[in-house]
Design a protein around this ligand. Structure first.
Ligand SMILES: [Zn+2]
Length: 466
């Protein structure tokens, strides 16, 4: 069994992972707010935690993992997109338009993330389906003295009532107030207190509650859904490190105050952020793009995944066009090497050890390169598949539309080389090689034969004159 070590943000140490129940390893990852297409940075945690999910299933068994990732489908940003549509003349109530937008975005998200080879989690709960559980939790927090209603439709969590607040991000409440743009409001007993429930207007989505018609604050949904689907104590909680404060601190405060005997999450994993060509991705810099933009430009999902895996999840990663081109060339080579080959019975131990070492995917890729150089094609295939690469579903891009029969050209080259070696004149070999490359073929020559491999730019018409 692969020993799994994970860097736990909670203890700031790499620890040997030991699940509460090896027959049901439970993982919760914060999912997207569904108001628009996922940008490239949104996709990073999806790939990171997909690797974790695969590693856990490899180690404990396919059916021994429960992986939950939520959809936040109630949010001001979603409401704003619906309002914009309404103002542009769309038919239907604002509530219908909100619903339409979330359905459409969830569909996009699953398709785009699927294109990156990310398996769907076991549960993908939507916040709006867990309002009742959230209300139960909020009522409980009020009863236990950790939350209070302001009498005007808001319920707030009292941060001072939870003495470990800030332990995950390692900051004191005073530092947080100084460092964050804390919204000062008359209804807060303390500036750090955060919203559990707030009033909603008649036209926007809202639910009846003991505090009037309203909707939940963002943080409470993860606490309520994690408890419902995974219990008061579960193994791993993941998300981007931009969520550590305030979102994850608030989840911990809510969950640990409702379930003082539970651990909530025992291991916390946070991925670093993504940049593009060395700069922060932003609309104003013109380097903002979605996963769909890249796919539509012809960058295969498998290439995006490969580039992501080259950087350890706890390091900032830089997306560059050069990396994508290099990844594509490598994947083409590996796909050609493993074409028609059955994968080995299991992934190579060195690859699994690297992944098990705090998801060292860069190290795992280095091991794959070694297997490729050694010609260990069956091991290469099985090991790459453990990382979600070289799978059948991901390979469409690499298949050339009409698989051409290149055997006559291969024979022609082989014979040209035979006679060149006899008469020491390589003119014809050079001419053929140049023509093959110009037609978009990769030329591989060995003692036993010649292999021509079509690349992305393969153009059969350029071979006609040979
Ligand atoms: Zn969350």
């Amino acid at each position: 069994m692969t020993t799994i070590k994970l860097h736990n943000s909670k203890t700031r140490k790499k620890e040997v992972f030991s699940p509460i129940d090896p027959n049901n390893v439970r993982v919760y990852v914060c999912g997207p707010t569904v108001y628009d297409r996922a940008h490239l940075g949104n996709a990073r945690p999806v790939v990171v935690f997909d690797v974790l999910n695969r590693l856990l299933r490899h180690t404990y068994g396919e059916g021994a993992v429960t992986y939950v990732r939520n959809f936040t489908d109630v949010d001001d940003k979603i409401n704003a997109t619906a309002r914009a549509r309404k103002e542009a003349g769309a038919a239907g109530s604002l509530e219908d338009l909100v619903q339409e937008r979330t359905e459409e975005t969830i569909d996009w998200y699953l398709k785009d993330m699927g294109a990156l080879g990310a398996s769907e989690p076991d549960h993908m709960p939507r916040a709006t389906a867990y309002i009742a559980q959230m209300i139960v939790m909020i009522k409980d927090l009020i009863t236990k003295g950790h939350a209070y209603a302001d009498g005007a439709g808001h319920v707030l969590f009292s941060v001072k009532s939870y003495e470990d607040y800030g332990a995950l991000s390692g900051r004191s409440v005073d530092d947080m107030i100084a460092g964050a743009r804390v919204e000062v409001a008359d209804n807060k007993r303390d500036p750090m207190d955060f919203v559990l429930w707030k009033p909603s207007t008649d036209e926007l989505p809202g639910w009846d509650s003991p505090w009037g018609r309203g909707r939940p604050g963002w943080h409470i949904e993860c606490s309520a859904m994690a408890r419902d689907l995974l219990g008061a104590s579960f193994d791993i909680h993941g998300g981007g490190n931009d969520l550590m404060f305030p979102h994850h601190e608030n989840e911990i405060a809510q969950s640990c105050c409702t379930n003082p005997d539970g651990d909530f999450a025992r291991y916390w994993l946070h991925n670093e952020m993504l940049q593009v060509e060395g700069k922060k991705m932003s609309k104003s810099l013109g380097n903002f793009f979605t996963v769909r933009d890249l796919l539509d430009q012809g960058v295969p999902g498998e290439v995006i995944r490969f580039v992501f895996l080259q950087t350890h999840y706890r390091k900032p990663m830089d997306w560059t066009a050069k990396k994508a081109a290099d990844a594509e060339a490598t994947l083409r080579k590996w796909r050609a090497l493993t074409a028609g080959i059955e994968p080995a019975a299991s992934a190579a131990a060195a690859v699994m050890d690297a992944i098990g070492d705090d998801l060292n995917t860069a190290g795992a890729l280095a091991e794959l390169h070694k297997l490729a150089s050694a010609g260990a094609c069956a091991d290469l295939l099985a090991s790459a598949q453990a990382l979600g690469l070289l799978t059948d579903e991901m390979g469409d891009w690499a298949a050339v539309s009409q698989a051409p029969d290149l055997s006559t050209y291969e024979t022609q080259m082989f014979e040209a080389r035979q006679s060149a070696m006899e008469n020491k004149d390589f003119g014809e070999v050079d001419r053929l090689k140049a023509a093959f490359i110009a037609a978009g073929l990769e030329v591989r020559m060995s003692k036993t034969g010649v292999e021509l491999i079509p690349t992305n730019g393969f153009d059969a018409s350029k071979l006609e004159d040979l």
